[in-house]
Design a protein. Sequence first.
Length: 551
Amino acid sequence: MLALGIHYLTGYATATDAGRRDQAEWPPHPGRVFMALVAAHYETEPASIDVAKLTQWQEEHAALEWLEALEAPALKASDCDRREVVTSYVPVNDLTTPRNPEKLNPSAIRDALTIVPAYRNNRQPRTFPKVRPHDPNVFLIWPAAAATDVQKQTLACLCSKVTRIGHSSSLVQMWLIPAGEEPEPDLFPASSPGSHSEATHLRITTAGCLRELQQQFNGEAIERFFDFSARIDSVKGKDRKAIEADFEHEFGTKWSRSLTPPSRLRPLLTITRPYVRTMSVPDKTVHGYFDPNLLILAKQEGPNLGLESTAQLTDALRGALLKTCGVAPEWLTGHRTEGSPSDQPHLALIPLGFVGDEYADGHLLGLGLAFPRNIAARDRGRALRSFLYQQDGRPAEITLTLGRLGVWTLRQEERPAPPLSLRAETWSHASRCWASVTPVVLNRHAKSGPAEDRTAWFAEIAEIVAASCEHSGLPRPVEIDLDKTSWHRGAPRALPGPDGFPLFPRKPGTPARQQIHIWLRFSEKVEGPVLIGAGRYRGYGLCKPCAEPTP
């Protein structure tokens, strides 16, 4: 067991809810606590080569990577009294000042005066949501964590460096709870994400979060910018021109004194987990070959397209991935080095459409990347770094050229509260019942048709679907239903035509594969994403959880 304690020194907690700027966050999300540990870690990074300090810093880094990959912790946190939120108007400091004050002209002097609060007229609305917890102590508990002595000592040292969680006025003391003194939690991660309507959603960490925060903070690019600037100022002639050329090669622009450094992005953690006050006995959950933590790409610009455009969009996205990622690994391309098809699960590209709601119309809000479960987060990040981020660390705009359909631009989803269709749990939370959003493409042709013998046809198609489930690493369903119409409102029918779904693209000279919508019920809860059939890597056969039928 591992437990961390937090004491709010002033008796108040000041932190803005990531989803609503006019509300305070309480209890503190595990993701926010992790970010406080990361901030303390980087604020104490050794400035010089001190072997002892560098070793300690490296141990802290390793401990944070271990901590982020643990299962979501339970919490012990009291209720709180919430203060009425008042909007304040604050002068902002988003200004730059000249390098040579002695050469200021009158207009520059006027700009400089704006730094003085009395002369500022650019006040912006700000809120500082605050709560008063009934108990100023909060605890994060990992019941199954098995930390080594080195990890415990390192985390204890790191906790002692944390001074605040949330706003700078939210002062805290943080410590590692000694073994045997861990408190009993009263807020637990729900055993089945998405199944608790009254749950509190808290941001959590997953493997790779530390690297993601590093990229968002963009510290390396900023340090390189100022290092180049100092070197350029210190030399002249050919040496200066050579360094300026290196600067232009790295940053894509010519160096000048008026250049602003690369932007520092606000770090965000967007993966959430529902928490409940009573611990439920977890149902047995099984899963297929794909990781439930989808990488979501939200549409930024482009024409409104529906699910029927799945093939064009996933083909264009795959082309953009292969073009940007250079020598891509087998799990990304789906092919071995010599070009033959891989026999291992590989990256699947899926459409994220508005379905299942009373007003759903099937329009697409973005695309998702479903990774094989056995691919480590570090390997995913290494392969997709140039695809998702620019050289200066800012998120990249991903352009998809779709021929007669126009052009789409995408960006990695980072909003704290995106639309439901752009949330991984919408497509992944564990359920016994699933229904297709895009038609399932059958792996083989049926021997008979529904017009000849519908009973025999239904049994044969059901067996093909059941075998496809097993081929995707899923158990055999205990119940299967088939139709040309989806069980999710807004999804097109499985027939080609104006209101239907195009046939799955095929190689020239080969007959078209049959496709159909399915409804599945498993004996146990299945965690998604559920992708079935011959087109599962290109967006066909995507299923979404649905409610179990009432008796």
